[in-house]
Write a protein that binds this ligand. Structure first.
Ligand SMILES: Cc1cc2nc3c(=O)[nH]c(=O)nc-3n(C[C@H](O)[C@H](O)[C@H](O)COP(=O)(O)OP(=O)(O)OC[C@H]3O[C@@H](n4cnc5c(N)ncnc54)[C@H](O)[C@@H]3O)c2cc1C
Length: 288
């Protein structure tokens, strides 16, 4: 079944995101986690895209391996900021050749060590252009990114939601959100998106906290807020890794429960290629 069709009325849709491993050890960790997470029966999984150097090749290969090991639809993320049209066309052909029918279409960030040309002087200015390109050429289902606290470059949430509406109008089939910890941000964002005419499923992206340092790094990078209360709680236990993981599981389970109770169509877990927290949160949600 194609990803957009999974979001009908009925049971919530649980999906997992993995990031592209860098080393052979990381790859072993990923596939170890995958064999454990497989038992949880995700509806689909996604694999992030690494645009630099050989990571491009590895993304496609790894997505094929993930799909064959899990036996569920695997959406391959694609970023376009550093790509030409012909490179993207080639990647799409190869992804399709692996039997993968879904992508998550993103602009990506400029590489750290190089400057990307400005939007008008590259083949793809924004994710919207990539979505339109894919939609015209191939029959993929297409996920796009949404930002409950707005994208860091956007001047306002209203402007960012208008841009999201353009991505959806270009062919985006479902939205996965950036991580967030205060559910009010998600519900407000969904309200704004619906008011802007966006009708596709908006799936909350949830990252269980597994380390305080890592949490600070991620939120700095993506612009998400650590709520005051959460920061205060974590300050007290930050030197006890097991307590932080347990806190993350408890907070994550509460957050997901409220999201689902109030109408979210599912949960997309940022697994960080580990299995424990996602497994325990899901067990809690399913009451098993
Ligand atoms: C669910 C999810 C998955 C991700 N996966 C990856 C991944 O695999 N690999 C990776 O490198 N990064 C990934 N990212 C990070 C993402 O690449 C960055 O957040 C990037 O900065 C924006 O990508 P986008 O697709 O949201 O861009 P866009 O939708 O193009 O938006 C980028 C900015 O431009 C603005 N904008 C959009 N259109 C226009 C326009 N026409 N004119 C002016 N401004 C405009 C938007 O408001 C926003 O501020 C992911 C993010 C999320 C939320």
């Amino acid at each position: 079944m194609r990803i957009p069709e999974l979001f009908g009325p009925g049971a919530p849709v649980f999906s997992f995101e993995f990031f592209l491993p860098k080393t052979p050890e990381d790859t072993a960790t990923l596939f170890g986690s995958i064999s454990e997470l497989k038992r949880l029966g995700p509806a689909f999984v996604t694999l992030t895209y690494g645009a630099a150097g050989t990571a491009r090749e590895r993304t496609v290969e790894t997505a094929g391996r993930v799909k064959s090991e899990l036996g569920v639809e695997t959406a391959c993320h694609l970023t376009c900021i550093t790509h030409t049209r012909s490179e993207i066309a080639d990647l799409l052909r190869r992804i399709r050749g692996l039997g993968i029918e879904s992508v998550v279409a993103l602009r990506g960030d400029p590489p750290k060590d190089a400057q990307a040309p400005p939007p008008g002087r590259r083949d793809f200015g924004y994710a919207r252009d990539l979505v339109g390109f894919i939609r015209e050429r191939a029959d993929f289902s297409i996920g796009v990114a949404g930002y409950p606290e707005k994208h860091p470059e956007a001047p306002s949430i209203e402007e960012d939601v208008r841009r999201l509406a353009e991505k959806v109008a270009a062919g985006g089939d479902w939205v996965i959100t950036q991580l967030f910890f205060d559910n009010r941000d998600y519900f407000e964002f969904v309200k704004e998106a619906r008011a802007a005419g966006i009708r596709v499923p908006i799936v909350p992206g949830i990252m269980p906290v597994t380390g305080y340092g890592q949490l600070k790094r991620f939120t700095n990078l993506c612009g998400a807020t650590i709520p005051f209360r959460m920061a205060a709680d974590l300050e007290l236990i930050k030197d006890d890794p097991e307590a932080v993981v347990r806190y993350g599981i408890e907070h994550g389970a509460k957050q997901c429960r409220e999201l689902l109770d109030k109408g979210a169509p599912g949960i997309h877990f940022y697994t960080l290629n580990k299995s424990r927290s996602t497994r325990e949160i899901l067990r809690n949600l399913r009451g098993s």
